[in-house]
Write a new protein. Structure first.
Length: 555
């Protein structure tokens, strides 16, 4: 096992690279978000309570490598993270923080930072043989940005490195002293199963909808000392994916709710979207901004473009400022309202409701939603089925197995989802709730008609409503109002959030809107469209004051 070469008693954190940044935040030398203030308290508390040491000799050697890079300098936040992530160890010699979460605004220099820490751990300074560095991103061009930065650094300094310290080509960079390699991979790359990373870096994780590839890389670690991983990204438009889940984990760590388990949570955003109108606040999201005049001018240009056309420039708030706004012109509801709908549900046993059903093909997704109403408050219960033999399965990046374990999704390993699966669920729901009517697409009714009639629902008896696009346009203002007034509650249901966030509003005639899929194959909308169908017949739900409760029957 590699050992640190020098140690420092750290009750006082005798390391300027760490203390300088702590003082910048604590003394308000630059404006920082609340998460950064919490991070400083967390770092000081950790050093006070644990027996840690900082390998200052290693850190000094890493810093001398900066001269080979075109940027020629590191910013205070970068020194801070390198000291903690690469040079701070427990008393047993293991890294104290081996999992870095670095979420910062676009323009902060993520690519250069990734390239530098990758270069550091490849060298003899790190001193660990076969310490491979693998960079993964949603696309290969994105993954190769930091690889190319290291490649170009070696090219510019070939006389210092060629045949002495490194060998390199456009596919792999090899350290001749540690036999460590650096490579770049897209999330669709084959061969991730065979990797044995010392450090793997997930670049722009805001694109990642699940942890499938991350799990693959994690299971390949442990073959060399000091395994590390880093998630480095700006914010993006995928919700409930890796980015949001890592932010949730980091917040719990910073609030002391859970132990850190080696996580170093470095997140920079505005604290409130309204702060964007004061340029002095921009450095809250972009920690490099106080030191880069060119970056400030570019950010000001982007801000003015956003002011002129917010709908056409949503990336300014999402990626530069860390405050996701979505496609505000077409989104069903802002993400924060979808999260608000995830509040806990009351006991709905015995309550009256209506049922919405949606599916395009039974060899894909099928969703059912029960809608309850209590004056102006709506409650929903949802369940979906997914056909594992769907031709579009590879396009779907959502955590289906996780949802199945949570009980909100049933995975069906057959050529299609049998109608009986839906009917069995309806039968069970009717044992608990008073289901007054069913709504589904007009062109899907005949597919499940016999099953519904077996459960006592039919169009002839007017207990089934066959929905058309005009019905959607009629209830869209009602649904919009319900979200805006926070009157929809569906409990902790990430699939409902996912499906709703995958739906867009499309302008139609006479000021109306219709619902459509953002992307037809991989981003499904069935659960939300089942909710829309249920809203189309919400008038079948009696007012609670109209209900007459009979005494219980005894047998």
């Amino acid at each position: 096992m590699a050992k640190a070469t020098s140690s420092t008693a750290c009750e006082a954190i005798d390391c300027p690279e760490i203390t300088d940044y702590l003082e910048i935040v604590e003394q308000g030398k630059v404006r920082t978000c609340e998460r950064q203030k919490k991070l400083c308290r967390y770092i000081r508390k950790t050093f006070d309570e644990e027996d840690l040491f900082i390998d200052k000799e290693r850190l000094s050697k890493y810093e001398k490598l900066v001269k080979f890079f075109p940027f020629k300098r590191l910013f205070p936040w970068e020194f801070f993270l390198i000291a903690l992530f690469l040079c701070t160890f427990r008393s047993d010699g293991m890294p104290r923080w081996n999992k870095l979460v670095c979420f910062i605004g676009r323009g902060s220099g993520k690519t250069g930072f990734i390239a530098f820490i990758a270069f550091c751990v490849l060298t003899a300074i790190n001193g660990i043989m076969n310490y491979n560095v693998d960079v993964i991103a949603n696309t290969e061009p994105q993954a190769r940005l930091s690889f190319k930065a290291v490649f170009k650094t070696l090219e510019r300094n070939a006389k210092d490195f060629r045949k002495k310290v490194f060998d390199w080509n456009k596919k792999v960079i090899t350290s001749l002293t540690t036999d460590s390699e650096m490579a770049a991979w897209s999330s669709n790359s084959g061969g991730l199963d065979g990797l044995a990373s010392g450090l793997f870096i997930c670049d722009e994780v805001h694109y990642m909808e699940n942890y499938t590839n991350i799990t693959t890389l994690k299971t390949g670690q442990g073959k060399c000392d000091h395994p590390r991983r880093a998630y480095i990204s700006s914010n993006g438009n995928v919700r409930d994916g890796v980015y949001d889940k890592e932010v949730e984990r980091c917040d719990k760590i910073l609030d002391g709710v859970i132990p850190d388990n080696g996580y170093l949570p470095f997140i920079c955003t505005l604290d409130d979207p309204d702060e964007v109108h004061d340029p002095n606040n921009w450095e809250k999201a972009c920690p490099s901004l106080p030191y880069d005049e060119t970056l400030f001018k570019q950010t000001m240009d982007d801000y003015n473009d956003w002011l002129e056309n917010p709908a056409g420039n949503p990336d300014f708030m999402t990626k530069r400022m860390g405050c996701p706004v979505g496609d505000i012109e077409h989104q069903v509801a802002p993400w924060e309202l979808l999260v608000d709908a995830s509040r806990g549900l009351p006991d709905l046993t015995g309550r009256s409701c209506v049922l919405g059903i949606d599916f395009a093909n039974k060899n894909d997704f099928l969703s059912a939603v029960l809608l309850f109403r209590d004056e102006n408050q709506y409650y929903t219960l949802h369940h979906s089925w997914f056909c594992l033999q769907s031709r579009w399965r590879s396009r779907i990046k959502a955590p289906l197995d996780e949802w199945a374990k949570a009980g909100i999704l049933t995975l069906v390993d057959d050529v299609e989802i049998p109608t009986s699966a839906l009917m069995d669920w309806i039968h069970e729901m009717r044992r608990v709730y008073d289901v007054r009517g069913v709504a589904l697409d007009d062109y899907r009714y005949d597919i499940v008609r016999k099953g519904l009639e077996g459960e006592g629902f039919s169009a002839d008896a007017k207990t089934v409503e066959r929905i058309r696009p005009s019905n959607h346009m009629r209830v869209q203002p009602i649904i919009n109002s319900a979200f805006l007034t926070k009157s929809i509650i569906w409990g902790e249901d990430p699939m409902m959030r996912w499906c709703t966030n995958n739906t867009k509003l499309v302008p139609f005639a006479n000021g109306n809107y219709k619902y459509e899929k953002i992307e037809p194959k991989g981003r499904k909308t069935d659960a939300f469209m089942a909710l829309v169908a249920a809203f189309c017949i919400e008038d079948m739900i009696p007012e609670r004051s109209d209900l007459v409760f009979l005494p219980p029957l005894r047998f």
